[in-house]
Design a protein around this ligand. Sequence first.
Ligand SMILES: *[C@@H]1O[C@H](CO)[C@@H](O)[C@H](O)[C@H]1NC(C)=O
Ligand SMILES: *[C@@H]1O[C@H](CO)[C@@H](O)[C@H](O)[C@H]1NC(C)=O
Ligand SMILES: *[C@@H]1O[C@H](CO)[C@@H](O)[C@H](O)[C@H]1NC(C)=O
Ligand SMILES: *[C@@H]1O[C@H](CO)[C@@H](O)[C@H](O)[C@H]1NC(C)=O
Ligand SMILES: *[C@@H]1O[C@H](CO)[C@@H](O)[C@H](O)[C@H]1NC(C)=O
Length: 662
Amino acid sequence: MLLSGAAKSQLLAVIFTIVSLNQVSCFSFNFSTFQPSDEPDLNLIKNSKIYLDAIQVTPDIRGKIADYSGRAFYKRPYRLWSKSKNQTAEFNTTFVLNINNQTSPGGEGLAFILTGDIDLPENSAGKWLGIVNATTNGTSQPGILAVEFDTRQNSEEDGPDNHLGVNINSINSMRHVSLPDFGITIASGINVTIRVMYAEDVISVFGSMNGTADMKTLLTSPPLNLSSYLPEEIFLGFSASTSNYTELNCVRAWEFHGTQIADDDHQLLWVWIAIPAVVLVILGGVIFFLLWQRNRRMKMSDEADPRIEDQIQYSSMAPKKFRLREISKATGRFSPQNKLGEGGFGTVYKGFLGGNEVAVKRVSKDSRQGKQEFVAEVTIIGSLRHRNLVKLIGWCYESRELLLVYEFMPSGSLDKYLYDDKKLGCKDGTILSWKTRRNTIYGVAQALDYLHNGCENKVLHRDIKASNILLDSDFTAKLGDFGLARTIQKRDETHHSTKAIAGTPGYMAPETFLTGRATVETDVYAFGVVALEVVCGIRRGNLYSQVDEYKNNIAHWVWELYGKGKLLDAVDSRIRKEIAEEKVADVLLLGLACCHPNPHHRPSMRTVMQVLTGEAAPPAVPKERPAFVWPALPPSFSHDVDSSITGSQFTPFLPDLEFTGR
Ligand SMILES: *[C@@H]1O[C@H](CO)[C@@H](O)[C@H](O)[C@H]1NC(C)=O
Ligand SMILES: *[C@@H]1O[C@H](CO)[C@@H](O)[C@H](O)[C@H]1NC(C)=O
Ligand SMILES: *[C@@H]1O[C@H](CO)[C@@H](O)[C@H](O)[C@H]1NC(C)=O
Ligand SMILES: *[C@@H]1O[C@H](CO)[C@@H](O)[C@H](O)[C@H]1NC(C)=O
Ligand SMILES: *[C@@H]1O[C@H](CO)[C@@H](O)[C@H](O)[C@H]1NC(C)=O
């Protein structure tokens, strides 16, 4: 599977991010205020708590706030330096202190601390500021840097009241400055903004009582090699204490940005595990997404239509349903070499299914029209059994493919044998004998009679023509291509015609162009044309009359010859020798009767059958082709015997011409 362009660039972006993380990355956080919801990000030791939008390092919670200490840390540790990489981090942090003295002076103080050990030392209250206790003070044990804001002088060595000190492992400052010299009073209840920066082994402290905007005052900047005193990984935080002198030690805001030294081992692990994992996840995601989309598209296209599958499945006599795989294999993946022909609704392929030759009609995709026809064909022809109907073996609707599987008709379609032009005519020069032609007409008539009168639902074929009549190996004619067929439901007998102009010019009865309706009579008309074509052959380009465009039609042409008493001149010259004249004339007259311009004068298929079997005489046909009259006049009994059958059968339904099928 190929990645889409978007997925590729996404993947590259992720890889790039991972690679660049290795080089420089940042450890930062920003608390513009402190809320109880921030507690998960912090480590509040012992007395510390979040209260009144601040960390109260030594809060007013026990009534008495004398003599205790507290610590508060950011939860995640920070890698300050790395021996293996010979690197030391740099950082820049800004915090807002608010220290409100409860005695005068207040006591004892608050410190910004970096240490590997977050535990609050025992007995670190009073002057110890939560940094160390009497035991650890001045030893290397605590491993702590403190930037202390001491509000009260405890001893001679300690700085004055209100001083800033930078301490290592001790409360004795290596450097201290008096803050009032810079206009800063710590325990005043006013916010004091402090910035501590560490870079190139120098720790710089800035301070202001006017907020972050004014951070130009450098209070102190002693050189300091933190890697000498502190462990590689440290925690960042604050400590504070009270004694008999008390104050509220609050941190109101805190922002930190530091460079991050990546650990080699972790980093490699991260790269080796993360990159393949990320690639896999993305690939999986892309594949899943593509499949999901395809699925959804397929589903949507299925649902957009009337549910084809349901429509077919609910039809009781539905033929076998095939898998697309089977049919694709049977036709050599719809190989062009297996193509038998192409029609309005798709392409027909030859295939081998279960050892039998079949014809597969592949309905062209994206044609809504095609789908309607598909359902019609499967449900209608699937429920029909007649030796003169092409047998539908099965169907398939999968991946938007509409497929119909028919019995294979080795001799192809009838029209190929009827052209009178040898070059364009039948493929191997086969000339259909009169006997074969008679049987063909008889077979088609039987099929139509079955459709109109013989099966449970009346079926209109609507597209009878020579190219839809197929011949099997012994030239038995079978009516095929039910794409336009429509049933006339028995239980709803007011419906006996169906709309939507469809059919093939030359085979369409004249009234079709006015009504747009298909009726049994229009099927009979098309049958008449086929019967005439079978007897007379088809003139290439249907040139029956060079003079009159309107009469350029086989029925007109034959009728004209009939009028001149030269009916038999119409017969295909290739079979003229072998015919018994009166039999041929009967069939021609029957064809003309079927092509009567007035639908009510056309015989029914039942009558056609009787004439062909010799049970009835051919209908009387006027010497001159009657004019087309509309609305058609009902037949008179004296004039046409057959029409009484047609009439009695269908006239009751005529007043309500409604349509079925859609
Ligand atoms: C470590 O880095 C410092 C300066 O960045 C350099 O002077 C020193 O030689 C380096 N030491 C080692 C072992 O690479
Ligand atoms: C330190 O951080 C503050 C706030 O993020 C920023 O305004 C200032 O420019 C930084 N200073 C340096 C030297 O990075
Ligand atoms: C100082 O703190 C350490 C560690 O918390 C502890 O072991 C020691 O006993 C404490 N010293 C005093 C005098 O409390
Ligand atoms: C800082 O201390 C470490 C460890 O003692 C040492 O390797 C490094 O060279 C020192 N850096 C400076 C600038 O003194
Ligand atoms: C704190 O005050 C109490 C009584 O008021 C006194 O006993 C104690 O010595 C004082 N402690 C300090 C460190 O001043």
